[in-house]
Design a protein around this ligand. Structure first.
Ligand code: ADP
Length: 471
């Protein structure tokens, strides 16, 4: 399919709109004008006739006396307007006859009118008509006026000039509207196509992997502004993903390199006979293997939870009781680290995957334990949130600690794979950075949401909202 630019299309559509509106208006105006003008001319002709008859009548003196000079003037004037006049007295004697006076002028006049009319109406079929008007004086007929002209109507020079002026005006307005619409169309098209072209260029750059480009020029058009925003968001998401992907590869490599290097040096030392392969050294090698294994296990687990469709095995259970049970298992660890752990709230039944929800609570609690210093406190609360309709009821699991807190610049990323705010990867505190990724995947699968509020040095609060799913 042939593709046209937005600019061409808009300009053409503007011109089409003008043509569609101006052409019919011009044609209709022309037709109406013609019709009314003809009516006006016919009516006017009758008026003119009556006026001439009246003027001729004024020239009747008495006893069949006529002012010949005045009648001559009236009739010559009428001839100039295309009327051939004959005046007779009561005994049919000719008082004035335009043809006898100047037949050549009469013929010229008629030929001129014929030419005028045929120029405007090629199929004009006017007929020469004569109308007879009696002249009376004190109710006595004293004569008659015969007026001959092209009937039923004809246009003289000024009538024709008027009609032509109107037509020229209509054509002028049409051409002016066309030029204006073309200019306006081009202007609008440029206004629309320039930002779109900019979006295209940026999108092309993004598709080539240059994610740093952003569209900065604001647009007054709603859709273009949305498009610009979407492209900017897309660029940002891709840029973040790119950073995370690089980081993920670096992280996995780093995680694997340390235990592998230790293992390699220990093995080489034993093979070269520098170290004796005693229990202590073999145990140390074994620990490194366990670490590698755990990491691979984590990656596997992540793949399972991150796959699009987590299969949920839903049952009805009491989330408060479940949390209480998990807390009991954690109590020792918390006591050993001298951190207080409290549970509050009420019994709430939900329909969810019990094992996976346990995983969520375990992940949040083990993080709270990991990132809280001895002497700190962790509070867990279960809150039911009903908003009237049973189906929309939710339950909140809040885990709040007084630990290290998370720097604001790390907060948007903590749910990403292998992301750890503690970039030094302190093995004593940090895990592999997938706990929260799995937690979020489980919450998302339950159509819930997870929020985090944190202040460095004060603590962190995780709020998990889950639909009760009982409706
Ligand atoms: P990790 O195994 O490293 O704990 P997570 O995915 O569970 O991985 O957490 C990601 C990062 O979020 C952690 O490395 C840590 O920096 C930060 N984080 C998570 N929970 C807490 C918390 N309760 N207090 C402070 N930092 C936290």
């Amino acid at each position: 399919m042939r593709k046209y630019s937005l600019r061409t299309k808009l300009s053409l559509s503007y011109i089409a709109v003008v043509l569609i509106s101006v052409l019919p208006i011009s044609i209709i105006t022309n037709l109406l004008l013609d019709k009314h003008f003809k009516e006006y001319i016919i009516e006017n002709q009758e008026q003119k006739n009556i006026e001439i008859v009246f003027q001729v009548k004024q020239q009747y003196k008495s006893d069949s006396e006529w002012d010949m000079a005045a009648i001559g003037n009236i009739c010559i004037n009428a001839l100039k307007q295309g009327m051939i006049i004959k005046v007779m007295d009561s005994s049919e004697k000719i008082i004035w006859d335009a043809r006898s006076h100047d037949n050549e002028l009469c013929e010229q006049m008629l030929a001129h009118i014929e030419k005028n009319m045929s120029s405007r109406y090629p199929n004009w079929e006017g007929r020469y008509v004569e109308k007879i008007y009696p002249i009376t004086n004190n109710l006595n007929k004293v004569g008659k006026v015969i007026i001959g002209y092209y009937g039923p109507y004809y246009f003289n020079d000024s009538d024709l000039a008027f009609i032509n002026t109107i037509n020229r005006l209509l054509v002028g307005v049409g051409v002016f509207s066309l030029v204006l619409s073309f200019l306006f169309g081009s202007f609008m098209a440029r206004k629309l196509s320039t930002p779109i072209s900019r979006v295209i260029t940026t999108a092309q750059m993004i598709s080539k992997g240059y994610f740093a480009d952003r569209l900065t020029e604001p647009s007054g058009t709603k859709e273009i502004a949305q498009l610009t925003e979407t492209i900017n968001n897309l660029a940002e998401t891709l840029e973040n993903q790119e950073v995370l992907r690089k980081r993920l590869t670096a992280d996995v490599a780093h995680e694997l390199r340390t235990p592998l290097a230790t293992l390699q040096s220990h093995m080489e030392a034993m093979i070269d006979g520098i170290w004796k392969p005693d229990i202590e050294r073999l145990k140390s090698c074994h620990e490194e293997i366990i670490r590698i294994n755990r990491l691979v296990g984590d990656i596997e687990k992540l793949a399972k939870y991150e796959s699009e469709n987590i299969i949920l095995t839903r049952t009805n259970f009491d989330i408060f009781e479940l949390t209480k049970h998990i807390i009991q298992n954690f109590e020792n660890d918390f006591t050993n680290k001298n951190i207080t752990l409290e549970l509050s709230g009420e019994n709430e039944t939900i329909n969810a995957d019990k094992d996976k929800i346990s995983q969520v609570i375990v992940n949040l609690l083990s993080n709270a334990l990991k990132y809280t210093q001895p002497g700190g406190a962790v509070q867990v609360e279960i809150k039911g949130k009903g908003n009237g309709t049973k189906t929309n009821d939710t339950v909140e699991i809040v885990v709040k600690d007084t630990g290290t807190g998370i720097p604001p610049e790390d907060l948007p990323y903590i749910f990403e794979r292998f992301y750890r705010a503690d970039k030094s990867r302190n093995r004593l505190t940090g895990g592999s950075g997938i706990g929260l990724t799995i937690t979020k995947a489980i919450v998302d699968a339950h159509k819930g949401k997870i929020e985090v509020k944190s202040k460095v040095g004060e603590g962190t609060e995780f709020i998990v909202s889950l639909p009760k799913g009982l409706g």
